[in-house]
Design a protein around this ligand. Structure first.
Ligand code: FEO
Length: 171
């Protein structure tokens, strides 16, 4: 397997891990009946699997080999909703750095199709960091307890995950 292909496979693992981490964060909010936050993180977890699939499909398209490795166990406990978003932002910065390393490698290895595919991820990571950063700022400003938290919970409910089945759409 080429160095580039190995790195792309590692990125699939990181994207799936991101989904796993955010699903763990869904749990944190579900357990506290913060349904709006849980909904937001469910959608985020789904989006991460979509990121993984973009690379997965690309590898197959170019005749490469996908090798799925074990997914690391995510954290399961945080001290506050603010800390959840701070950790999310930290994680997104790690993913951005990883994408930038892939871009650099693609350029060095003259892997132009890979370089082109990664452009979408560069733009996406700007949005990912901005999303988490916005919510960190809002939780810092409004506080992450009481009325301010409940208000934000209602706002977060606007982002919903895709339904799992046709039945769910009619519930
Ligand atoms: Fe796939 Fe949130 O980066």
């Amino acid at each position: 397997m080429t160095k580039m292909m190995k790195a792309l496979n590692e990125q699939i693992n990181k994207e799936i891990y991101s989904g796993y981490l955010y699903l763990s964060m869904v749990n944190y909010f579900e357990e506290r009946s913060l349904d709006g936050f849980a909904s937001w993180f469910k959608a985020q977890a789904q989006e991460e699997l979509y990121h993984a699939m973009r690379i997965y499909n690309f590898i197959h398209e170019v005749g490469g080999k996908v090798v799925l490795e074990a997914i690391e166990k995510p954290d399961i406990e945080w001290t506050s909703p603010l800390q959840v978003f701070q950790e999310g932002l930290k994680h997104e910065k790690f993913i951005t750095a990883s994408i930038h390393e892939l871009v650099q490698m693609a350029e060095e290895e003259k892997e132009y199709a890979v370089r082109d595919m990664l452009q979408w991820f560069i733009v996406e990571q700007v949005e990912e960091e901005a999303n988490f950063s916005l919510h960190v700022d809002q939780l810092e400003l409004g506080g992450d307890t009481g009325a301010a938290l409940m208000l934000m919970n209602s706002k977060m409910a606007a982002r919903v995950p895709l339904p799992l089945s046709a039945d769910e759409q009619t519930e």
